[in-house]
Design a protein around this ligand. Structure first.
Ligand SMILES: Cc1ncc(COP(=O)(O)O)c(C=O)c1O
Length: 383
């Protein structure tokens, strides 16, 4: 049906109407006092959502821009960077580090698995001369639906002394992520995920330790330069013309998050993701990330039943029920489909999605007890 499409992909995510209406207004001047007061609220509320006392920079870019903003302000050619990769986005850190002339080493796992803290501990114990300068990791790996134990990994990194750089693109808002408390040195995220606004903005916050490394960076990024952003952020401004309308929308979205409370927002995502996982199992389907303790609360990866294809499931969900779910990426294309439960999603949406999935599976001849998914979902949501 026209205008009825509901996105259950891991970004872009649905946007609240009040945010859309703000974005639809005429742009305001980016050097006006009116915009400066919007920025002042946005910067304050970003610190609240990121749970940090440090500044949070606002970039007009996609999430990958913030990844570049992190590494391009830290790396000098020849620096040793260890990339902990649990999927495509972990690999992206390695590519960006390589583009800055770093000497990159990767620790990789098979899709759906996470980095075990002991594996990192052992590797760092062997780095006797402390050659590793930067360690990158992904919190919620959107390509697989697995989530690293960032708290444990960053505490091991702190003991070693390297700077930790964390991709929180689909974790900030969806999962507890506390840079100051957990010792994350650089944390980045993107607007089209848990922040409930369209794509186009990205965020970065850095610890004092990270700033010391930035000060040694010989060729910091021009567009993403931390020094320029710090100065502007502290003056409730931006160095260049930002996506004004998105920022006005972000102001409304951040107030909604603050009103609900970041801990409640995190808890809501956890409840939804775990309920969805239980419902999927009740439909005799398998999850790529088998263990709930390694699961992202933003995105759930599901294997199709034997003999039924991912494109067929996606097609029926879209054509017959107006629900869009994502395919797998790269080597996981057509092997999994991914359901996002990130941002502006409520229980009604989940019940509708699981009901639609049951209807699609029935049409495709999958054998299960109809109603089991929805019943399990509701029972889990009501726990
Ligand atoms: C975990 C993660 N990191 C990085 C990115 C890159 O963000 P963007 O596509 O906005 O550049 C994404 C996008 O989905 C992501 O999910």
């Amino acid at each position: 049906m026209k205008d009825k499409t509901f996105l259950m992909i891991p970004g872009p995510t649905p946007v609240p109407e009040s945010v859309m209406l703000e974005i639809a207004k005429h742009p305001i001047g980016h050097r006006s006092s009116e915009f400066s007061s919007v920025l002042s609220e946005v910067y304050e509320n970003l610190k609240y959502v990121f749970q940090t006392k440090n500044d949070v920079f606002l970039y007009t870019s996609s999430g990958t821009g913030a990844m570049c903003a992190a590494l391009e302000n830290l790396i000098n050619p020849g620096d040793k960077v260890l990339c902990l990769s649990i999927g495509n986005f972990g690999n992206r850190w390695a590519k960006i580090a390589q583009s800055r002339g770093a000497e990159v080493e990767k620790i990789e796992v098979e899709p759906g698995k996470v980095i075990e803290p002991e594996v990192l501990r052992k590797r760092l114990e062997n780095d006797k001369n402390k050659e590793i300068k930067i360690i990158t990791l992904t919190h919620s790996e959107t390509s697989t639906g697995a989530a690293n134990d960032v708290k444990a990994l960053c505490s091991i990194i702190r003991e070693h002394g390297a700077v930790s750089v964390v991709d929180g693109v689909t974790s900030v808002c969806a999962m507890p992520c506390k840079p100051d408390e957990w010792g994350i040195d650089v944390l980045i995220s993107g607007s089209q995920k848990g922040f409930m606004i369209p794509p186009g903005l990205a965020f970065l916050t850095a610890s004092e330790r990270a700033w010391k490394v930035y000060e040694q960076c010989k060729y910091p990024s021009f567009y993403f330069d931390w020094g320029a952003y710090k100065k502007s952020t502290q003056a409730n401004s931006t160095p260049f013309t930002p996506a004004v309308n998105l920022i006005v929308g972000l102001n409304t979205a951040l107030k909604m998050i603050k009103e609900e409370g970041i801990d409640n927002v995190n808890a809501r995502h956890k409840r939804y993701a775990l309920a969805l996982r239980a419902a999927i199992r009740a439909l005799n389907l398998k999850l790529l990330v088998e263990d709930d303790k390694n699961a992202s609360y933003a995105i759930t990866s599901i294997l199709p039943p034997e003999g039924i294809s991912v494109p067929d499931i996606r097609k029926i969900l879209k054509q017959d029920y107006d629900i869009v779910v994502a395919n797998g990426q790269n080597q996981l294309k057509d092997k999994i489909f991914r359901m996002g439960t990130l941002g502006f999603v409520c229980e009604r949406d989940l019940i509708a999605a699981v009901g639609a999935l049951e209807a699609a599976l029935l049409k495709l001849g999958h054998v299960f007890t109809p109603g089991n998914g929805v019943t399990t979902l509701i029972a889990e949501l009501n726990k």
